[in-house]
Design a protein around this ligand. Structure first.
Ligand code: ZN
Ligand code: FE
Length: 253
């Protein structure tokens, strides 16, 4: 499966997925239609699927125009309060998503919003997680709660270390600044922040992430860390409590 990353808006990424043997082409979280149509035209691909991780405008903004232009089907998890425009297939935990010869699976990962899903393609070692997990950070709580988001991230972090994480925003550099305040003695974190600064200075994307890099440097996946716990004065607390405190601190960072 070929995966193309399209940077749009201020810091969003749209992903195009293409299976050449079947011709199936999917787009994940199309914030806008025009840049997607442009790539489709240039490549000679026709869009068959839209996969939405959640209902926010910077993830579904292109849904209607793309559906109108291509007749594609829209997959997502929708509810009255968190509605996905043009939805055809309401998918949830464990549901398969077949893209030609490539089989994906839906995880429900609430927290950023209450109805948030991720698409996992094991054969491709690719995870499309929307606004749950970011480089050295995680999504804000805009509908869901910290308890939900921790359960979701705890689950995602158990995927294989080689997993490529295709998140939807280029937030890595700013997240790194916060991570250093709660985990300042983490050598791998310091190295990564330096690397990311250089990449951004050259205008390069830091996404996709590699899950094992997040294990080592993302404080929101490391509530067990002694260093972080000492810093927070929370040595004996649960992972959930440490995570919640990290999320609170990031909100006011
Ligand atoms: Zn969002
Ligand atoms: Fe977003």
């Amino acid at each position: 499966m070929e995966i193309i990353q399209i940077p749009v808006l201020r810091d969003n990424y749209i992903y195009l997925l293409h299976d050449s043997t079947s011709g199936v082409t999917a787009v994940v979280d199309p914030a806008e239609a025009a840049p997607v149509l442009e790539v489709l035209k240039r490549r000679g691909w026709s869009l068959t699927h839209i996969l939405n991780t959640h209902h926010h405008a910077d993830h579904v903004g292109g849904n209607r125009a793309l559906k109108q232009a291509t007749g594609c089907r829209i997959y997502g998890l929708s509810a009255a309060t968190e509605w996905i425009p043009g939805l055809d297939e309401n998918v949830g935990e464990g549901d398969p998503v077949q893209l030609g010869n490539v089989l994906g699976k839906v995880f429900e990962v609430p927290g950023h919003t209450r109805h948030h899903i991720a698409f996992w393609f094991p054969e491709e070692q690719a995870l499309f997680c929307g606004d749950t997990l970011f480089g050295m950070g995680c999504g804000r709580l805009l509908g869901g709660c910290a308890e939900q988001l921790w359960v979701s991230l705890d689950r995602l972090r158990q995927l294989p270390g080689d997993t490529r994480v295709f998140c939807t925003h280029e937030y890595t550099q700013n997240n790194g600044r916060f991570a250093l305040t709660v985990d300042p003695d983490n050598i791998e974190l310091k190295d990564r922040v330096r690397r990311v600064d250089a990449e951004r200075a050259n205008g390069r994307a830091t996404v996709p992430l590699l899950l094992r890099d997040e294990w080592a440097t993302n404080p929101f996946l490391r509530p067990e860390s002694q260093g972080i716990r000492i810093r927070l004065g929370m040595l004996a607390e649960t992972n959930q409590a440490v995570f919640t405190e990290l999320r609170r601190r990031k909100d006011v960072f």
